[in-house]
Design a protein around this ligand. Structure first.
Ligand code: NAD
Length: 409
């Protein structure tokens, strides 16, 4: 077992950073870890990613898949761009931003040739840029569909951030456009690459806690309306919804991958304090339940006003498995309690974004399917709309469509 110190403690970390993951701590490698590989060479002045990728050795830079990042906001600047330094199959080659000066600064920091800088109007010209193979969309939710459709039509593969779009109709259009262009479409579910979540899935499938009876998920944080990344999240036209669309989606998706089942019925309650100006357009608190075919029930909460929380628990007939924190960027903890006793499952943390991007690049290079295609993103969008509808009607809703996840998260 080797110890890897990634950074100093989490004191002073903001609520937003807690949930979306700044911080650090001592990470411990175990039997779940593959050997760490040397990372890609960093361009001059490029920040080093906080965590490294693990897995196959990196391929030669000239053979790596070329990526364009669309939107230079918080997630892109703080997580995604540095993660290229931990990638072994993916290479940043282009930027799309409404702010030319910012794009130029970022381009020089990451060694991107300025001739590959686009703005939202010149975006369609990416069709004539053979260096770009993948377009990674990191824009406010309601812009995902438009930029994804245009990228597919330009002949590019698309990785789109969660939530895939704000309506199922848009999701279907994105799926159809990618299929028509014979290009891939993947949705940014980074937890599908995160070792604690993956270890939890493995343990559950091996029957570590018996038969799953209940899943509990809680994902929330207080939203800051003065933060630019908070501002659009509180506007329905840009966000599509409130805490559910933004963070509740983590619990919804996890309830599905932890059980390995799809819900057959949903029920929900929503509460948005009328005296809080943040919630004029989008909801604050959603508590929803999902009934699965096996009889297991998930009980999930999400909020834009409770203290930062990112926790999953799975209650089985012979034990309990807890992930807390469950969906941060750099720190996770997995505990298992069974008749044999309690233990912390010790894992080697990796850079989830690098693993996710390299998964997509590998699928392109090897012509393989992806873990989370458009259909997976659309399933969550349809379920979220059913959750809103169940809350509005004040009664449970039966799910009247079928969906099968293409591969294990
Ligand atoms: P952000 O506000 O920091 O970044 C959004 C970017 O879009 C900004 O650069 C902004 O200038 C640009 N933009 C373009 N048109 C805009 C418009 N009309 N209004 C507002 N901004 C506009 O937001 P973020 O936190 O980086 O989130 C971006 C996307 O990434 C969202 O879809 C969010 O759900 C997703 N996200 C995913 C994760 C994850 O862990 N996978 C984490 C955070 C955010």
């Amino acid at each position: 077992v080797s110890m890897i110190k990634v950074s100093d403690g989490i004191a002073g970390v903001s609520r937003r950073e807690f949930l979306y993951g700044v911080g650090g701590g001592t990470l411990i490698a175990s039997q779940f870890a593959e050997a760490a590989q040397p990372s890609a060479p960093l361009a001059q002045g490029q920040p080093e990613p906080k965590l490294q990728r693990v897995g196959e050795p990196p391929i030669e830079p000239s053979r790596r898949v070329g990526w364009a990042v669309v939107g230079l906001g918080k997630l892109a600047l703080d997580q995604v761009l540095p993660a290229f330094g931990a990638c072994g199959k993916s290479r940043l080659v282009a930027l799309v931003s409404g702010d030319r000066a910012k794009a130029q600064r970022v381009a020089s920091q990451y060694g991107v040739d300025p001739k590959h800088i686009y703005d939202y109007d010149s975006y369609d010209a990416i069709a004539q840029d053979p260096a770009i193979q993948v377009v990674y969309i990191i824009l406010p939710n309601s812009l995902h569909a438009n930029f994804s459709l245009r990228a597919s039509r330009a002949g590019k593969h698309v990785l789109c951030e969660k939530p895939m779009a704000i309506s199922a109709t848009e999701c279907q259009q994105m799926i159809d456009a990618a299929a028509q262009a014979q290009r891939k479409l993947m949705i940014g579910y980074r937890c599908h690459y995160e070792p604690c979540n993956l270890a939890a899935i493995n343990l559950l499938r091996q029957g570590e806690i018996g038969k799953i009876r209940a899943v509990v998920t809680d994902n929330g944080q207080a939203i800051d309306p003065t933060d630019p990344a908070g501002e659009w999240r509180l506007r329905k036209s840009l966000a599509g919804g409130g805490s559910l669309m933004d963070i509740g989606i983590y619990g919804l998706n996890a309830a599905r991958y932890l059980t390995g089942e799809e819900p057959i019925e949903v029920a929900a309650m929503v509460n948005s304090p009328g005296d809080d100006p943040r919630f004029r357009e989008v909801e604050d608190l959603v508590v929803f339940t999902l009934r699965f075919p096996s009889g297991a029930i998930a009980h999930c909460s999400t909020s834009y006003s409770y203290a930062a929380t990112s926790r999953f628990a799975v209650q089985g007939t012979t034990g309990v498995l807890t992930l807390d924190p469950a969906t941060t960027y750099y720190e996770h903890a997995l505990h298992v309690k069974t008749e044999k006793g309690s233990r912390k499952v010790e894992l080697h943390e990796i850079n989830q974004f690098a693993a996710e991007m390299d998964h997509f690049s590998a699928a392109i290079l090897n012509q393989q399917p992806v873990k989370s295609p458009g259909e997976e993103g659309m399933q969550d969008v349809r379920l979220m709309h059913s959750i809103y509808e169940a809350a509005r009607l004040g009664r449970p809703i039966k799910i009247d469509w079928t969906y099968r996840r293409p591969m294990q998260a």
